[in-house]
Ligand binder design. Structure first.
Ligand code: ARG
Length: 577
């Protein structure tokens, strides 16, 4: 049940009956103040402007034609023609009962479902995953989970970087190290391994030539080089998988479609672009000139798709990926979660891809950029020594810090349970701190803020959840067996009911705009409204059994909504903490 959709449909009909043009939207929103009702429709002004009539009169005619039955208590007109709708508590209780009765909280599956490709995480396999990969990995995963939950067919794509010149140097170094030790051991620390290889490349006579020779051999399919490369890639992927596992991220091996997987398609991409007259030779390179991305002087943007030596680029691979996703995978929408610094790259790929017909106009191509994670000093987050922070180490620290916190808060928790709680709280805190910030802006990474039990944090929401669960345990009833209706009487109950009924609306909004902080904000408000309800409305000591049962069901609805919402963000809850 989506109240806003319901009201929009009814108001649209009433406006039409009142003579408004069909294309004038009723503009239904949640009211900002209680005196404006629960929802308000602000469309009368715009419609009246089109008709050149009096907005207030149009609002009155709309209200006269409005059929909302027992859903409303009263409808009022304010100011120049705002329509304020006060919903009836009985009706809200009935709707809420339906939602709580439904195992999936009444989330209506998208109709028709879309095929949505989500490109996320996509680390470069030459190095270990570091904090720079965190945002793409967790924001992308939240969207993949959410779209799936709404019934869409989601195809995750981990476009890992496993090709390019660095791999020559890495496999040459691996070959030498393997003379002393197993590949596993040599690659136990990918970061150190990369640094060693780079140092040899820069300083050791002959090594750089050998590295370059290995790149050529690799490209021409030399068996020995391919074996070394495969070994390297395999171990690097396992490093990423360990991180995904710890982060509770749903990516699997099957979602990897690496850059190298497109190698065979690249010559065809260039040929196709040439045939269509899109790619032309320019100083030996193949270039596509884009008028729509022209600079201030009107000079078209040059996108190199093949270098003068014949080599391909990041953009060429992305064009091949785009063609596969629109063609073979049949995407209706493609979402890319990549750093804002790659915005121009994505614009170029989308523009060339559209011109070339790799994707038709019906397919929505969306780059959802994000800002940088900053340290408390306001500079990009780094180690004290100024190095990149490995994701594995960051997660270790999160769990250690959460463990200390949990030990202070609940010293009686058995040790084995404590370590599980520490993991869920620590990882949840890191993820939530990121997801709850507006995606497009930079944000400051602060351990103290993210691990606080107050404010818009994972621990606050996880704690709210476990408190509700503990109330339900104390009540000694399995809420799933309660089947009496939920009644909405106290103002705190009404506020909570209205908010619970908005869950589906918020999920749809996040699925559309890919801003997970909106879901975080929703959950935070839910927990806060619950706290207000709990203070004002006795649950276990309610006046009578019927009221007690109703309030227990309300508690259950809040707990399940919190758990579902957090799960869609990839954050775990626990019965006790
Ligand atoms: N590997 C790239 C990087 O680390 C990100 C790839 C993103 N996906 C894509 N289709 N370009 O910067």
């Amino acid at each position: 049940m989506n109240i806003r959709d319901f009201l929009t449909a009814r108001l649209q009909a009433a406006m039409t009956a009142a003579g408004a043009p069909d294309d004038a939207p009723p503009l239904v929103t949640q009211s900002t103040k209680p005196q404006f009702g629960d929802y308000q429709a602000n469309g009368a002004m715009g419609a009246a402007k089109k008709l050149r009539t009096n907005p207030r009169a149009l609002a009155e005619a709309t209200v006269a034609a409005l059929e909302l039955g027992d859903a409303v208590e009263k409808v009022e007109i304010a100011g120049p023609g705002f329509i304020n709708i006060h919903l009836a508590p009985t009706w809200l209780g009935e709707r809420l009962t339906e939602v709580i009765d439904a195992p999936d909280l009444g989330i209506v599956p998208a109709e028709p479902p879309q095929t949505v490709v989500v490109d996320y995480s996509s680390p470069n396999l030459a190095k270990e995953m570091h904090v720079g990969h965190l945002r793409s990995t967790i924001i992308g995963d939240a969207l993949a989970r959410l779209l799936e939950h709404l019934g869409h067919r989601v195809i995750r794509q981990n476009h890992v970087g496993d090709w390019g010149t660095q791999f020559g140097m890495l496999i040459a170094h691996l070959e030498d190290r393997e003379a002393e030790t197993a590949a596993e051991t040599a690659l136990a620390d990918l970061e150190t391994f990369y640094r060693e290889a780079k140092a040899r490349f820069d300083d050791e006579p002959g090594f750089a030539d050998r590295a370059r020779e290995y790149v050529v051999k690799l490209q021409s399919g030399d068996a020995r080089c391919l074996t070394l490369w495969n070994e390297f890639i395999e171990i690097s992927i396992r490093h990423s998988e360990a991180i995904y596992d710890r982060l509770n991220v749903t990516l699997t091996r099957a979602d990897i479609h690496a850059e190298s997987a497109y190698n065979d398609a690249l010559p065809g991409i260039i040929a196709d672009l040439q045939q269509q007259g899109l790619a032309v030779e320019d100083q030996g390179a193949q270039v596509v000139f884009l008028e729509e991305l022209a600079d201030k002087e009107g000079k078209p943007q040059a996108v190199i798709v093949q270098k003068s030596g014949g080599g391909y680029l990041y953009a060429t691979t992305d064009l091949a990926a785009l063609r596969r996703r629109c063609g073979e995978l049949g995407a209706d929408r493609i979402l890319y979660f990549i750093d804002a610094r790659q915005s121009l790259h994505m614009q170029q790929v989308f523009a060339v891809g559209r011109h070339a017909g790799f994707c038709d106009d019906a397919t929505s191509l969306e780059h959802h950029p994000f800002g940088t994670m900053m340290g408390e000093d306001g500079k990009p987050f780094r180690t004290r020594a100024g190095g990149t922070v490995k994701l594995a180490e960051l997660l270790d620290e999160a769990v250690t810090r959460a463990g200390q916190l949990v030990a202070e808060k609940d010293p009686d928790l058995p040790t084995d349970e404590r370590s599980v709680v520490a993991r869920k709280v620590g990882i949840g805190a890191v993820k939530y701190a990121d997801l709850s910030k507006t995606r497009t802006t930079d944000y400051v990474f602060s351990w103290d803020a993210m691990l606080s039990f107050e404010g818009n944090t994972a621990p606050y929401l996880q704690y709210a959840y476990s408190r509700i669960r503990s109330i339900l345990r104390k009540a000694g009833v399995d809420p799933a067996t309660l089947d009496m209706p939920v009644t909405v009487e106290a103002p705190q109950e009404k506020a909570l009911a209205l908010h619970l009924l908005r869950f589906g609306e918020v999920l749809e909004q996040v699925a559309r705009d890919a801003y997970p902080h909106q879901l975080c904000g929703y959950l935070y408000e839910l927990a806060s409204l619950y706290m207000a309800f709990y203070e004002a409305c006795p649950v276990l000591k309610a006046d009578d059994d019927v009221l007690r049962a109703s309030r227990l069901r309300l508690c259950d609805g809040v707990a399940r909504t919190l758990a579902t919402g957090l799960d869609l963000l990839g954050i775990e809850v626990m019965e006790r903490m």
